[in-house]
Structures are given as C-alpha cells and as structure tokens.
Design a protein around this ligand. Structure first.
Ligand SMILES: Cc1cc2nc3c(=O)[nH]c(=O)nc-3n(C[C@H](O)[C@H](O)[C@H](O)COP(=O)(O)OP(=O)(O)OC[C@H]3O[C@@H](n4cnc5c(N)ncnc54)[C@H](O)[C@@H]3O)c2cc1C
Length: 430
C-alpha cells in the first residue's frame, strides 16, 4: 500500500503547469483531490514518475453563473457543490449527485473536475453532466479547448483530454424557469460506487410542454452513457402515436401538433416533418390533415439515387431495401460507411456532403408530391449545425428551378420529439 517513488511538482500557475506536463509527457499525472489517483498509486495500478499538483493554481475554485452558464472551476470540491445554495436551488440534479458520492471525508477533497477527468464509468458526475449537456474547458500549451461531455469519454478510464491538458472548468447551460432534475443511485450501502444510476434533467416551457430532456446512465457500460436512443425513441413514439390516432379515426388537434413541431409554423396546414437519427421517419400534414391512406407514410424508405460523392461500393444498411433514404442517410448508415459514429465526425468531413445530398433529395421528392409550405428536419443527425445550409443548397440544385422549394427549417424546440409525445399523450387522454 505504498506508492512507487515519484517526483512532486507544485506549479503556481496554469501556464507553468501545462508547460511542465508538456515537458514530462506520459510520465506525469495531474493531482487534484487525489481520491482516485492516490488509491491507484498505493495499489501500484498507477506508477507515474511525476505528480503535478494543481491545487496551488489560483482561480479554479469558483462556482458561479454567468452568460447563461453555470461555471464550476476545475478545483471545486464535491462538498462545495453540496453546500452551495445556488446548486441546491437551481441545479438539483448536481446537488443530488454530489451528495451521494462516497462519504464526507472524500467529498471534502474530491473535485468535480477530477471525477470527470478520471473517466471511471462508475463515477457519478459523468452521467449528471451528460444529462445536463455540459461541456468541459481544457487548457494546454496550445491554448483552450471546449469539449462537449457527450464526446468526452472515449473508453474505460479514458477521456478526450490530452496528457498536457488540464480541465479548468465545467460549463452547464443554465436551466429555464420550469426545470427539474434528479439523480437516482442504486448502491449496496451508503457511500459505495453505484451498482447503476440514472441522471435526468427536464425543462418545460411556460405552458408545461417539455422542451428538453437529458438522460445519463452510470456504470452500465464501459463508458458513461448518454441515453440518446431513449431520447430518439420518443420521436418514433410520437409518430407512432400519431399514426395510431389517425388509424382509430380520432382527430387530434393538428394545429397544436404543428405548433410543437415548429412554433414558427403555427397555423401551417401543409407541412412535412423528417427526423433523421437512428432511423429516418417522416410525417405530413396536408390541408391540416395527417396524410394517411393505405398505411401511414413511410418516407424513410424513399428511393434515392447515389450522391455524387458516395463511397464506391457502399450498399446501404436498410434490411429491406439496402440503399433507400434510411439505408443511406440514417445515423447507422453514416457509421457503417465511415466506421465511426456520426457524432464523432468533424463538421468538414465528406460524410456531411453525402448526407446533405440524400436529405435534399428527400426534400425535393416530397415537395413534388405534397407541395408542403414548410419542411422541418429534426433528429440527432440534424444536430450537425452545418447541415441545414448544405441541404438547402443541394435541394436547390436538385430542383433545378423547375418548382419553388418550401422553407426548409430545423425544429424550433430543442427536443421536439418529447414535446410531441407529451402533447399526443394529452390528446389521447381526453
Ligand atoms: C472511498 C472512496 C469512495 C468513492 N466513492 C465514489 C462514488 O461513490 N462516486 C464517485 O463518483 N466517486 C467516488 N469516489 C471517487 C472520488 O469521487 C474521486 O475523488 C474522483 O473520482 C476524482 O477526483 P479527484 O479530484 O480526487 O481526482 P484525482 O484523484 O486527483 O485524479 C483522478 C484522475 O483525474 C486526473 N485529473 C484530476 N483532475 C484533473 C484536472 N483538473 N485536469 C486533468 N486531469 C485531472 C488525474 O490525473 C487522475 O488521472 C470515491 C473515492 C474514494 C476514495
């Protein structure tokens, strides 16, 4: 239980600390609260030759709100969060989380930053930060980087931080006035690591409609998990429920649904909605009625022609058609084509030109049949901010000026699937 020999450094500033880390390379480890690193060193599971203690660096211990963000400094301790009235009143999910980590002795030293930087899928803050859509700020010799927590955890005990980078801040978007969050942890006894745990954060608008939900899971996989499939499933649930209502002859309040799908499009009676994520789904309102004949619309399976930039030999992933719209443009299609999850591809990756082409073809095809006034493109794939303009440009190229194109927009709400699902549930309950 005695660590191997190491050299101990106490840099007085961030600049000196990152320069030191850069010079010492993989032989060095940052020390914050030491509540994970020191036990590992005692067990000789970690044997760093240099320890760079960052506790003397000023300016890293604040918890404050500014510019619409909660900012948690890199050296803020769990006990600081637990005792903060700002956290208790505005961020109950974080208050819940810090209160169930280990015991008071550990919480007096352990830092929130270290809890994330350690990359342990059993740690509690990663799931909370995933639910809150937080980002971390890392500083290294080459400057500052902002890393979304959703792509921060790269493997068991591995993160996107470089060896010479220090996590200096965690940023959490400030919640709206009607929001709530909670952390539920199953543990064998108080103070243990989680057997499993879930973090949930929900925002409502003034009318009580859910505008955002985040779900993070602790210790149920090799990395902390953001339950995006559960969020995406709400989309499909919404459309399925809509189709069920139409099948049963019920007539939900489509104006309210259109409002949820696109508040800018309130009152628009001719609207097409695509969602591109784990699959592709689409629904259409024509003259205020859901388009539903022999069956509900299956726009995800539109037949498309190959994008000019398509990877030779890529056959598509649809189990029925191979290279239909869903087969070529869903998240799984992108991952199959490039061997990496779509969300890990940078904005200038060729994947997005191909994606824009297929979604543009879908827009042109539905326009030629249904002539909607607005096409709303939602789903996880559309979280790529660069895509919308690329799709509009490609759609104009495909239409070749033969007919006018409708407005092509993003959903105005951040998580419209959840909102839609709630409204449909309300409709069904009447
Ligand atoms: C008895 C016990 C019970 C525990 N129970 C729980 C629990 O129930 N839930 C839970 O979540 N955690 C638990 N922990 C872990 C505890 O919360 C850790 O302290 C925390 O995970 C790491 O924070 P730290 O500040 O102590 O980091 P350290 O131990 O100092 O560092 C951990 C790792 O992160 C790196 N690191 C730390 N800070 C930074 C930074 N600012 N920039 C870059 N890299 C950095 C270090 O190099 C090291 O690799 C427990 C610990 C103990 C000892």
């Amino acid at each position: 239980m005695i660590p191997a020999t190491f050299e101990y450094h106490v840099p007085p500033s961030l600049v000196e600390a990152t320069a030191l880390l850069s010079r010492l390379g993989e032989d060095a480890k940052v020390l914050s609260g030491g509540q994970s690193l020191i036990p590992l060193m005692k067990l000789r599971l970690a044997t760093p030759r240099h320890i760079v203690d960052i506790n003397s660096i000023p300016g890293l211990s604040d918890v404050r709100e500014s510019d619409g963000m909660l900012r948690i400094g890199g050296l803020v301790r769990e006990a600081d969060l637990e005792e903060s009235s700002l956290i208790r009143t505005r961020y109950p999910l974080l208050h819940d989380t810090s209160g169930v980590i280990a015991d008071p002795v550990v919480r007096n030293l352990a830092t929130v930053g270290g809890n994330l930087a350690h990359g342990d899928p059993a740690n509690d803050h990663p799931a909370a930060m995933l639910a809150l859509d937080a980002e971390v700020v890392a500083v290294g010799p080459r400057g500052e980087r902002r890393l979304p927590v959703s792509t921060f955890f790269t493997g068991p005990f591995a993160t996107a931080l470089g060896n010479d980078e220090i996590l200096v801040e965690v940023r959490v978007p400030a919640p709206g006035p009607h929001s709530a969050g909670a952390y539920l942890k199953l543990e064998r006894k108080v103070g243990d690591f989680a057997t499993a745990a879930v973090a949930v954060q929900v925002d409502l608008d003034a009318g009580g409609v859910c505008t955002r939900a985040g779900i993070g899971l602790t210790n149920v996989g090799p990395v902390p998990i953001k339950a995006v499939a559960a969020e995406a499933a709400c989309w499909f649930w919404a459309w399925r429920r809509l189709n069920e209502l139409a099948d049963s002859g019920a007539r939900p309040d489509f104006d309210r649904i259109a409002y949820v799908l696109d508040p800018a499009g309130r009152g628009i009676e001719d609207l097409v909605y695509f969602t591109a994520g784990t699959g592709i789904g689409g629904g259409a309102l024509a003259a205020g009625r859901l388009v539903h004949g022999l069956m509900h619309s299956e726009m995800g399976h539109l037949l498309v022609r190959r994008a000019p930039e398509e990877v030779p030999g890529f056959a598509g992933v649809c189990p029925y058609h191979g290279d239909c719209l869903e087969g070529m443009a869903s998240g799984p299609a992108i991952e199959a084509r490039w061997g990496r999850p779509a969300e890990s591809l940078p904005p200038n990756h060729p994947a997005w030109r191909i994606e824009a082409d297929y979604l543009a073809q879908a827009c042109v095809n539905v326009t030629s049949v249904l002539s909607p006034r607005v096409i709303v493109l939602g789903g996880g794939v559309m979280e790529q901010q660069q895509l919308l303009e690329m799709i509009r440009a490609r759609a104009a190229e495909h239409a070749r000026g033969y007919f006018p194109l409708p407005r092509i927009e993003r959903p105005a709400l951040e998580h419209p699937g959840l909102s839609g699902a709630l409204i449909l549930a309300q409709e069904a309950a009447r």
